[in-house]
Design a protein around this ligand. Sequence first.
Ligand code: HEM
Length: 382
Amino acid sequence: MTDHMPDDLSAVGRDMRAYTDELRPRHGVVRNVQGEWVLLRHELVVEAALSDDRFSNAVSSHLQIPNGMDSDEHTAYRDALDRFLTPDALAPFHERFRRVAADLVASLPRDVAVDAVSQVGVRFAVRAQSAWLGWPADLEDRLVAWVAENHAATRSGDKAWTQKVAESFDDLILSVLEPRRAARGDDTDDLTARLMQTEVSGRRLTDAEIVSVLRNWTGGDLGSIAQCVGVLIHYLATHPAVQDHLRAGVPDAEIDAIIDEILRIDDPFLSNRRVTTCPVAIGGVQLPQGARVKLNWTSANRDEATFGNPDSMDPERNADRNLVYGIGKHACPGRWLATLEMRIALQELLAATSSIALDPQQSTERAASPVGGWAKVAVVLA
Ligand code: HEM
């Protein structure tokens, strides 16, 4: 319950995980400097995510498929798009992801520092997503530059810059669509080409819709997967027993559960937005209709009332309550793809090394809100 409601909270420049750890024991809900109501506790975040009639996803005037949509419209798009992301649909990509990971790991220097975020996470995320979508390798540098600029713009809080960066991504995507539209035949039978043939409610997706879907599948997720890889490598470097256990070889289901649990402990995917459709009482706070709300997954995933000691690793016990991929109608459709990519990245990294350790010469750096996880994790591979 909120005994006192602070109303001038600014997370700018702070490590969001540490900051919400400080706030959560005293406050279930806080109001930030933008006037948004931030839900910090597990039960409140779950309540809001499951009450999609009271907490709408229509938070932006931009077309956001499917995350900016509600009710039947949202369901129609999820039905049309989720089929690309099922474990069965992903099976043909395992070997491609393995090659991407193995080549990247082989190219990393040994016995000198490597940044787990920029040199491993970002590069792997961009190459794996491009392999999945059938995008040309020469887009890699543009995508990497885009991830960096997107982080910088998001961090700056400068809306005009963020908008410009979003538009530059649209241009990049259109450059991928054009040759597929012009070409005919087998060479265009990749995932992007199939998305262009996809129908929703009996008609083909428009260009604007395809760009929006691809922006969701890449724009945000390249950053998420990259940050998650940084968190995972940091955890392995600082928990040699877990590292050795995984290196010895464990079943895929076990490594997946461990990945989920590491990401629960340090969830770099900080929050998602909602807007109330009516007056709502939540966590002892009365929200008016039209209130802007944030579901803070990182904080909810560390709620002592739900998990006890948030840092204690217990994949089996915590799996059902883990919110890394959200909950309810908007729960992440990309979780199998993300998990598969991260599992393969770790397996290849562990198989090609006998040790991953933090570089004693350099300090690690936490990322600053609104980016979660680590900004830099210098590790030495041996
Ligand atoms: C480790 C990486 C990822 C994390 C931590 C993550 C996390 C999440 C979370 C927490 C949500 C719920 C949002 C909400 O309730 O408002 C979500 C939604 C979504 N995710 Fe992911 N995600 C990841 C990777 C991916 C990937 C690889 C894809 C697709 C290629 C993807 C596509 C989406 C889409 C389209 C939505 C919106 C779903 C909807 O509104 O119905 N995500 N993700």
